[in-house]
Design a protein around this ligand. Sequence first.
Ligand SMILES: Nc1ncnc2c1ncn2[C@@H]1O[C@H](COP(=O)(O)OP(=O)(O)OP(=O)(O)O)[C@@H](O)[C@H]1O
Ligand SMILES: [Mg+2]
Length: 680
Amino acid sequence: MADATDRTSILIVDDSPEKIVALESILDELGQDIVKAASGREALRHLLTRDFAVILRDVRMPVMDGFETAALIRERARSEHTPIIFVTAFPDETHVARGYSLKAVDYIFTPVVPDVLRTKVAVFADLHQMTAQVKRQAESLRQRAAQLHRLSTASLEINGAQSLDDMVKVVADSAREILGVPRAVATARVHDRRIHRATSPAALAAPLDGAENDLVMSIVRSTNFLAVPLTRRDGRNMGELQVSGKPHGAFTEEDEDILVQLAQMTSIAVENTLYGELREANRLKDEFLATVSHELRTPLSAMLSWVWMLRRGGLDAEGAARAIEAIERNVKAQTRIVEDLLDVSRIVTGKLRLDTRLVDLGPIIEMTTDSITPAAEAKGITVRISIDGATPPVLGDAVRLQQLVWNLLTNAIKFTSAGGRVDVVLATSGAEVEVRVSDTGIGISQDFLAYVFEPFRQADGSSGRKSGGLGLGLAIVRHVAELHGGRVEARSAGEDQGSTFVLTLPVATGREAIEELTPSPPSAETAAPRTAVSLAGSSVLVVEDEADTREALALILAQAGATVTSTSTAAQALDAVAAARPDILLCDIGLPTEDGYVLIRKLRALTAEQGGATPAVALSAFAQATDRARAVAAGFDTHVAKPIDPDRLLQTLARALSLAVGDADPGDPYQPALASEAGS
Ligand SMILES: Nc1ncnc2c1ncn2[C@@H]1O[C@H](COP(=O)(O)OP(=O)(O)OP(=O)(O)O)[C@@H](O)[C@H]1O
Ligand SMILES: [Mg+2]
């Protein structure tokens, strides 16, 4: 007897109920479904909706005879090939011929011999079952081929994904589509913590938080759920693919195979992407190191050449003055590079602090523009400014804001060629103040626009590039703008179309009086004369192991009127203190044997009569805020960063000695380590 699922149907068509019953009882033991029709029309109706293994047909019937019905059966695609057995009492030649012409397959004459009928019908039932099975197999092969085809398309899409987030999305969608399930989730876990996950459909709720901790380590398959791990080359888990809710039946081994293949191609693609990111990061780092080295060497070689000429003594007074100016300019350029690097490190460690007051941007812009005008003129570039005098003040750090405007302006000049123009506009827009710096220069390509504010990014990062710089200016600009609660935006219609940078800051709402701000222009290009500081009558003990610096310090201090004692070690310094108590100590931190910290502790351990309370200024190339804090904690009164700006050094010493000091110079953005962090 046939199993319920592969039972076939047999159609008996006869107008005589008794004959139908007789045939049915004979065929009953075949265990197939028997469908009965009393007329040709009824038979045709059945044939509309189901397939039959065989049709038993009485030839003579009222209304439509057997042949007519058979002709109609043959006309329909569904029953075109269904076997028809005519059951007839008349073994008549013409009948038989007509039957065969209608592709009837057989005749059975009444009275029916039960065994013969059963055997014949059984053959057709078996045939029908086998055909159905072959069809099912063909269908599943077709499906499998389609799945494999989709898998190869998915592979292209996965590898073409622009980011890991895109990739997991493509993978989840592919898994759902290929396996024909309602839900799929793809998870990639990289660097052990970064999780990229996508669900398909996207609106599907993501698995609960923390689910990334129980990513499957091996294949899990149940009736309704299938999960396979994503595996790294070294065998470690890097995520998983999950599908669930198969609509018909349970997940099969074939489903598992497909998902495993998808997981494998995903794992490879994820690793390739990570490797690519790593390579890009490495490339940027290498490029950056090359740039730093180049940028530091350029001013050095200029200085060395001028020093060489000074030493040869071949320069007249004017030449010597030019040499000194050039050396000073290059020292400042180099200091600026180091300051930029420090700023970036402060940004990264969250240590960039603002000295916030009410600030009027107008004067800042005017002075910054003045300071870069000589450079612009030298390049044949016109700079125009338009300042709306009614612009309200903002709350901010004047030195940092000046640095910000200076960065935008120097970029505009750097990336614009002769004959070009730079416009600076200050205007109010609602509750915000806008500073717009636009130029008619080389412009920025659409591709690069998204990266201009990234640290170390330069449109031209090659070693043969025309413009200098580390690619840090705009990263600092963006961060400083954000620290002020503002933002900065870059616009350009493309290469050679000029660029516009728009800095937007919120208008200050506080009621404090606007502090008189007298920012001085950045002194990188202009050597503003400064108030001379006098140390006349003071004795200074210098401790510095590096001979050149020691000598230079002694000279600077002596020229300011101080009496100078120079030593090169902590021990010598303590002896000097014992011998003749100096008014102040100027001490390098990095000394051989005992460093500046040890020296100051020993000094502070002495009584006031022995010199234990002598004011002390630390001097070091470590310019971070933490170095300053450490120096003060050890017992120094203050700290001065190298390279030394003589004016600043003299001012610091004078202040430590409580002598009258001329106006301090608050506006030099390239010495901000002390100016802006004095209170932090
Ligand atoms: N006004 C501009 N016109 C065209 N390109 C610009 C302009 N400003 C910035 N860029 C592009 O953005 C990059 C990054 O600018 P950024 O100021 O951060 O670095 P830099 O000027 O190259 O070096 P640094 O400012 O550290 O001396 C520049 O190298 C340049 O490719
Ligand atoms: Mg710049």
